[in-house]
Write a protein that binds this ligand. Structure first.
Ligand code: UT7
Length: 311
């Protein structure tokens, strides 16, 4: 029996910090409102000319180092992003060139904020099927390039960054199960308008569906594995809103200090948010080998999903 396991994690953030105080000078908002409603204090924003590929490359380099691997060990690159540098060639192929590796397949995947969980699910299934042995799954976003910076309802929420994992074939279980879903009927509640190049969101409506859907996916994930809530050591949620994250933790009966939180300093980095949070949890020493991690996401589409992983 072949399983997949996370051999290493990495992340990369742009240097430029945009604080809530900075945003107070740009739109009619306040640090108090943003913190109270979202938990966000600051976020990172790309510099002029800094690309999604740059962010993804930084995260991949750090993940490879953590896994003790080189780029030539990879047999597939999956980049989850809804903000690629161009529609084609893909970010994955740009990375291939950047790392001087050729012939291995690479693809970009767009499932909005659920992109990383979708990528992890595909990679896990390919390794279990025996077709691949070492896959980079990266979430990389420049959300700052698709925001209307005059819309206080959205521009305060998002940030830029990238996170990555190296997923390897293993004889013992790493990824326990993944669960991915989509339902297009709510597309109007959260979408990118191409003509305006802006994120359009009815935040309050998205919030309600997100909380309900994430409760269901948590239950589904545990039921699929015949596990009790107490089996989960760490919740690594999509980092959109601290209130949503803590609602899921309450559902699991998990204490707040078992939730990896980066939304305060990263904002919502869409597909990058979970691998960024995972890497933060690992590098801070909180997450230990052998612990059980529950990752969950909810995003535009709507798309949602989860991954239960023995780290
Ligand atoms: O990652 C993909 C999935 N996305 C999500 O999960 C996001 C889900 N939604 C949310 O996180 C929350 O709905 C928001 C943080 C976006 C908004 O929080 P809320 O508590 O739902 O606020 P609201 O939209 O109901 O707005 C409340 C008030 C409104 O004013 P009135 O109508 O009560 O006078 C808004 O106009 O807050 C106002 N408002 C703001 N005030 C200050 C909206 N944005 C701002 C702002 N600063 N930036």
């Amino acid at each position: 029996m072949v399983y997949s396991r996370i051999a290493g994690t990495g992340s990369f953030l742009p240097e430029k910090v945009l604080t809530n105080a900075d945003l107070e000078k740009m739109v009619d908002t306040s640090d108090a409102w943003i913190q109270e409603r979202t938990g966000i204090r600051e976020r990172r924003i790309v510099a002029d000319g800094e690309t999604t590929t740059d962010l993804a490359a930084g995260a991949l380099e750090n993940a490879l180092a953590a896994a003790g691997r080189s780029a030539s060990d990879l047999d597939l690159i999956i980049v989850a992003t809804c903000t690629p540098d161009s529609l084609f060639p893909s970010t994955a192929v740009r990375l291939q060139r950047r790392f001087g590796i050729s012939t291995l397949p690479g693809l970009d995947l767009n499932a909005a904020c659920s992109g990383f969980i979708y990528g992890l699910s595909i990679a896990d299934n390919m390794i279990r099927a025996g077709s691949n042995r070492c896959i980079a799954v990266i979430g990389a976003e420049r959300m700052s390039t698709i925001l209307d910076w005059n819309d206080r309802g959205t521009c305060v929420l998002f940030g830029d960054g990238a996170g990555a994992v190296i997923l390897e074939a293993a004889e013992t279980q790493g990824v326990i199960s993944t669960h991915i879903h989509a339902d297009g009927k709510h597309e109007d509640l959260l979408y990118h308008d191409m003509a305006q190049n802006a994120v359009i969101m009815q935040g309050n409506e998205v919030f309600k569906v997100a909380v309900r859907t994430l409760e269901r996916i948590v239950d589904q994930t545990l039921d699929a594995n015949g596990l009790e809530k107490t089996a989960v050591d760490w919740l690594i949620p999509h980092q959109a809103n601290l209130r949503i994250m803590l609602a899921t933790a309450r559902r699991l009966g998990l204490a707040e200090d078992r939730v990896i939180v980066t939304v305060d300093t990263h904002g919502n980095t869409s597909a990058a948010s979970i691998p960024l949070a995972l890497d933060h949890g690992v590098r801070s020493g909180a997450i230990q080998r052998g612990e059980t991690l529950l990752m969950e996401s909810f995003g535009a589409g709507f798309t949602w999903g989860s991954a239960l992983v023995k780290y």
